[in-house]
Ligand binder design. Structure first.
Ligand SMILES: C[S@@+](CC[C@H](N)C(=O)[O-])C[C@H]1O[C@@H](n2cnc3c(N)ncnc32)[C@H](O)[C@@H]1O
Length: 269
């Protein structure tokens, strides 16, 4: 089967063209940006069959190719980590707006998964010190692979449950895209999403436990002029702003490109 025919097959699964192009470039072992010159290239039949079978089972494209682009860089992913989402790029934009001239910043990415957020910020800002924290050792291993891929050194990795975690160290920036889906919402998710680790998606307390926990220890985690950058679910802005208020903190909310509330930044008053 040639690439052109393969793209038509992929389209039948309702996936955007970019997914077909991504898988085709993966099968040909070429750079995604070069696929335009390979529309008539022949793909190996047995590999095509395996891929189409996986798509039939709703396995996400990123788990088939083992990679996902985030903020212009290609991250290694597998079933042990959440696939980085384009909406999360807003959080990076907000950090850069506020800290682009900063240096020597102490940064922690809590619930770091593949490391997409922390490793991106580390590459976009000069000279910062990064800690990645996740409850999953398997996720930590993937984030280490990504750090190696980008040749990033001196990162601290902590495998721990943030809900139980305390530290004597304070940070300038806390980054956090926690699990925030309620158990009820999880049931209604698309089949593709259910291939991702459930503990990367679902959170107790109607999806709010991580916001409550982290903001209750804001002064422990953050320097006095520090800030927490959270990703939130589209319908969680009021609740998370309320949690900030209860903890006597200031918060602002930023929308994503679909105009959904997506990022909440929390500071000291
Ligand atoms: C929504 S994913 C975010 C991954 C990555 N930061 C991103 O944006 O693509 C949430 C991550 O939180 C981790 N996690 C779940 N419960 C945790 C806990 N109690 N303490 C620390 N990390 C936790 C999961 O292993 C998962 O990697």
């Amino acid at each position: 089967m040639v690439v052109n025919e393969f793209l038509k097959e992929v389209k039948k699964f309702g996936l955007p063209l970019s997914h077909g192009l991504d898988i085709a470039s993966y099968l040909l072992d070429i750079n995604y940006n070069d696929i335009g010159s390979y529309y008539n290239a022949v793909l190996e039949e047995n590999k095509v069959e395996i891929v189409l079978e996986k798509l039939k089972q709703h396995i996400p494209t990123a788990y088939i190719t083992g990679r996902k682009e985030f903020y212009g860089r290609e991250f290694i992913v597998n079933e042990d980590v959440l696939i980085p989402r384009v909406e999360t790029e807003i959080l990076i934009d907000e950090v850069l707006k506020k800290y682009k001239d900063g240096s020597n910043l102490e940064i922690i990415d809590i619930c770091s998964g593949s490391g997409a957020i922390g490793l991106t910020v580390m590459q976009e800002l000069n000279n910062c010190h990064l800690t990645l924290l996740d409850i999953s050792q398997k996720a930590i291993e993937i984030s280490k692979k990504n750090a190696d891929k980008f040749n990033l050194k001196n990162i601290k990795y902590i495998c721990s449950d943030i809900l139980l975690y305390t530290t004597a160290k304070k940070y300038d920036i806390v980054l956090c895209n926690p699990p925030y889906i309620s158990y009820d919402e999880y049931e209604g998710l698309q089949e593709e999403v259910k291939y991702e680790p459930k503990n990367a998606l679902v959170a107790d307390d109607n999806g709010l436990i991580f916001y409550k926990n982290i903001l209750s220890k804001f002064s422990l985690l953050c320097k006095s002029n520090g800030a927490v950058f959270f990703e939130i679910g589209a319908n969680q802005a009021d609740s998370v702003m309320g949690i900030a208020k209860v903890n006597n903190l200031m918060a602002e909310c930023v929308k994503d490109y679909s105009l959904n509330n997506r990022v909440i930044i929390v500071y000291n008053k």
